[in-house]
Design a protein. Structure first.
Ligand code: DSN
Length: 412
């Protein structure tokens, strides 16, 4: 693979291989990342990248879409089957545009909407003031409980009934617990507002049956495709039939031009992989691994936000152990362990130097690691954090991490 890149642009070839090596030799704990299958990878580099196909299958603004129509329809059909969706749009290029299309289909500029605060587990596109969502719409944000650091559905209900938003959003990027989507539906019904979700992080868990799937009874659900779902870096929107026209028009021509059909082919492959029975075991192993990793860290004395995890991710309050989020991220990186610094609920630091790190198990599970390896990962992490100021020791740990990872090479 990449023989032509090697000939034409040896510098980029070297970078591609260096990144592959980094991915294979390190412990990747960023919970929003994953490793796509070789088939998905090949489709991303396929001839489909050459085609313009503005429009939708059967009604395009360019000729020559006979093959592309079949590819896109297959992606749509598989996605609908995977999540039990009435309607699916597979064209959004990424999570932010998918959310932008969802809002523009359902809201007018200035309308009130509600989502979880970024610092408590939401996302920039869930109404943060620096983001288009907070600038175009009147977002009022809900938080988590001060005591449990979890969603308090009574509080959310109260706030929604007081604020009367037109849209209530659930689904988060740093929330380690199950989401009670039925409760959100009931709150939205009581308030008479749209009930939508962004399931980017947990989509693979929903598809694999280890987290409640909101798609059949929510109005609109967006998700990226590259996290627990293990597809290419992209996104999709699923909705009830009554919103299909608005959603499709919001994506094209509202927001995007020509869809990336090579990525849509890669999504179709990933949805096919997720429809296989073994994907359920994979999703379940992600969750088991996260639970064991969290417990092992607790045994070393680390405080987990909410006290644990129900899904693929863990928020560790490293400041409680005398390390800041940025120090932890940097020390772990020197040891070949990758995570991201993250705010925790009721943060006392700043987003640049928060109190937490966010870790997760999708990549390690894809590489075939199980519960016993999670204990080893926790021990590497603890050793690195204990030696955060000792570069020689961190380099030594990095070598051990490499040997450990050599047993789980995913891309040969
Ligand atoms: N950047 C993604 C994440 O890491 O969770 C969300 O967009």
């Amino acid at each position: 693979m990449f023989e032509n890149v090697k000939k034409v642009d040896p510098l980029i070839y070297d970078y591609i291989l260096a990144e592959k090596e980094r991915q294979m030799e390190g412990i990747e704990l960023i919970p929003s990342e994953n490793l796509v299958s070789p088939a998905v990878l090949e489709a991303l580099g396929s001839y489909l990248t050459n085609k313009y196909s503005e429009g939708y299958p059967g009604r395009r603004y360019y000729g020559g879409n006979e093959v592309v129509d079949k590819v896109e329809q297959l992606a749509i059909d598989r996605l609908k089957q995977l999540f039990g969706a009435e309607h699916a749009n597979v064209q959004p290029n990424s999570g932010s545009p998918a959310n932008m299309a969802m809002y523009s289909a359902l809201l007018n500029v200035g309308d009130k909407a509600m989502g979880l605060k970024l610092t408590e587990g939401g996302h920039l596109t869930h109404g943060h003031k620096v983001n288009f969502s907070g600038k175009l719409y009147n977002f009022v944000q809900y938080g988590v409980s001060k005591e449990s650091e979890m969603l308090d559905y009574d509080e959310i209900r109260k706030k929604v009934l007081e604020e009367k938003p037109k849209l209530l959003l659930s689904g988060y990027t740093a929330y380690p617990r199950n989401i009670d989507f039925k409760e959100f539906r009931s709150i939205a019904d009581e308030a008479g507002c749209y009930c939508v979700a962004d399931i980017a992080h947990i989509a693979g868990l929903c598809a694999g049956g280890v987290h409640e799937n909101p798609v059949p009874y929510f109005d609109v659900v967006t998700t990226t495709t590259h996290k627990t779902l293990r597809g290419p870096r992209s996104a999709v929107i699923m909705c009830k039939n009554e919103f299909s026209e608005k959603i499709d028009k919001a994506v094209f021509p509202g927001l995007q031009g020509g869809p990336h059909e090579h990525v849509i082919a890669a999504k179709a492959i990933a949805f096919g992989e997720a429809l296989k029975p073994e994907f359920k075991d994979y999703a379940s192993q992600i969750v088991k691994n996260a639970r064991v990793l969290g417990e092992a860290l607790q045994d070393y004395g680390y405080r987990l936000v909410t006290g644990g995890t129900d899904n693929h991710l863990i928020l560790v309050d490293v400041r409680k152990s005398g390390v800041s989020g940025i120090e932890a991220e940097k020390a772990l990186e020197k040891a070949g362990i990758y995570c991201n610094k993250n705010t925790i609920p009721f943060e006392t630091g700043s987003p640049w130097d928060p109190s937490g790190i966010r870790i997760g198990t999708p990549v390690l599970t894809t590489r075939g690691m199980k519960e016993s390896e999670m204990k080893e990962v926790a021990s590497f992490m603890h050793l690195a954090l204990k030696n955060k100021d000792n570069d020689a020791k961190l380099a030594e740990i990095k070598n051990k991490v490499k040997l450990f990872c050599n047993n789980f090479i995913f891309y040969k």
